[in-house]
Design a protein around this ligand. Structure first.
Ligand code: BDR
Ligand code: CA
Length: 313
C-alpha cells in the first residue's frame, strides 16, 4: 500500500462541496489533516454550520474544522444563494451539529500544518474562493516549499463564465487571492468550467445515487435534487455540473481526466471582466505554463467512482 496523501481541504459548502467532502472523507488514499471554511456560496456563519453538519453526517469528527476568512482579500463578498438556496445546502433539513470548530483561525492552521510538513508534502484542495490559501501564502511565504500541489475548482476558458459572461464564481469572488495563488510557483491543477460542465447530475445519475440506499447517499441525492433545479433551467441540461468533486476524484483516479499545461493569469482590474481566467490554451504568450488545465473527463467513470465510494458509507 502506498502512503496516504496528506491533504488540507478548503471549501464553502455548497451542495457540490458537500459531495467533494463525502468523496474525500472515506477515501483510504487520503490523510485529511483538516477542513477549512471560506466565505463564498453563502456567508461564513452558514458555511461554518454547513461544514460542521457535513462532518457529523459522515461521522468524521476526528478531523479538525477551522473557520477561515469571512470575506475576500479586497472586494466585497458576493454569494450564490440563487444556485445553492438560502442555507447553501438546500435539499436537506438543518440540524444543530455536534462537531465544534477549532479556536485557531483557518489561515493559521494552514500555515502551522504546512510548517511542520516535509518539503513538497502537502496537497491543498480548494473548492471555494482562494482567500485562505492566498492569505496563508502572504502571511508565511516560506510554506510554499511544503506544498506539493494546489488542486482547485475554478476558472473558465472555452465554456465562458457562470457568474459574469467571462468569470467563474470562485475566481470572481476573490480574483486577488487567485492572482497570489497563480503566482506562488507551486504546481496547480485547475478544474474549471470547461471540464466540470461535462459532469452533469442527470436524473438517472441522481436516481442511482439515491438507490444506493444508505443515509449518506440519500442526503447526497436530496442535495443534488435541489442543486439540479437552477442549473437545469440555466443550461437547459437536465442536471447541474458537479464541479467540486472533480478535485478529489482526480486525487483518487487521475486517469479520469485529460490536461493541458497552460499559462493562466486572472483579471483583477476591469469591472467588465473581473475574475476572468486568461488561459493561454494555444501558448500565444510564450509564458511558461503555471497550471495543469483540465480539459476533459470520462464522466461515466467519474460517477461510477462516486457511487462506489458513496456505497461504502
Ligand atoms: C463553483 O462555485 C460554487 O457555487 C460551487 O460550489 C463551485 O465551487 C462553481 O462555479
Ligand atoms: Ca464550492
Amino acid at each position: 500500500m502506498t502512503s496516504k496523501i496528506p491533504v488540507i481541504i478548503d471549501c464553502d459548502p455548497g451542495q457540490d462541496d458537500a459531495l467533494m467532502l463525502f468523496l474525500a472523507l472515506n477515501a483510504p488514499e487520503l490523510d485529511v489533516r483538516g477542513l477549512v471554511a471560506v466565505a463564498g456560496n453563502v456567508s461564513m456563519e452558514k458555511i461554518k454550520r454547513n461544514l460542521a453538519m457535513l462532518v457529523d453526517i459522515v461521522d468524521r469528527c476526528d478531523v479538525p474544522v477551522f473557520a477561515g476568512c469571512n470575506r475576500p482579500m479586497v472586494r466585497e463578498l458576493v454569494t450564490a444563494e440563487h444556485v445553492h438556496g438560502e442555507t447553501g445546502i438546500n435539499g436537506i433539513e438543518l440540524f444543530e451539529p455536534n462537531t465544534q470548530l477549532q479556536d485557531r483561525h483557518g489561515v493559521d492552521f494552514i500555515i502551522a500544518e504546512s510548517r511542520t510538513a516535509q518539503d513538497n508534502e502537502i496537497t491543498i484542495v480548494a473548492t471555494g474562493p482562494l482567500t485562505n490559501i492566498a492569505m496563508a501564502l502572504v502571511k508565511a511565504p516560506e510554506i510554499a516549499d511544503k506544498i506539493k500541489q494546489i488542486v482547485i475548482m475554478g476558472g473558465a476558458c472555452f465554456e465562458g463564465g457562470n457568474i459574469t459572461p467571462s468569470a467563474e464564481f470562485n475566481i470572481y469572488v476573490d480574483p486577488h487571492a487567485c492572482d497570489v495563488v497563480l503566482q506562488c510557483g507551486r504546481p496547480i491543477i485547475l478544474f474549471g468550467l470547461d471540464v466540470t460542465h461535462k459532469v452533469m447530475t442527470t436524473q438517472n445519475r441522481v436516481e442511482a445515487i439515491q438507490a444506493i440506499g444508505n443515509p449518506v447517499s440519500q442526503i447526497a441525492a436530496s442535495m443534488l435534487d435541489f442543486f439540479g433545479k437552477h442549473d437545469s433551467e440555466k443550461y437547459s441540461s437536465g442536471g447541474a455540473p458537479l464541479h467540486d468533486p472533480c478535485t478529489v476524484a482526480w486525487l483518487l483516479k487521475p486517469d479520469l481526466f485529460k490536461f493541458k499545461s497552460c499559462h493562466v493569469a486572472v483579471e483583477t482590474m476591469s469591472e467588465l471582466t473581473m475574475g476572468h481566467t486568461a488561459v493561454d490554451f494555444w501558448r500565444v504568450t510564450g509564458k511558461k505554463p503555471n497550471v495543469e488545465w483540465a480539459c476533459d473527463i470520462d464522466a461515466d467513470a467519474f460517477f461510477q467512482l462516486l457511487n462506489e465510494r458513496l456505497s461504502l458509507y
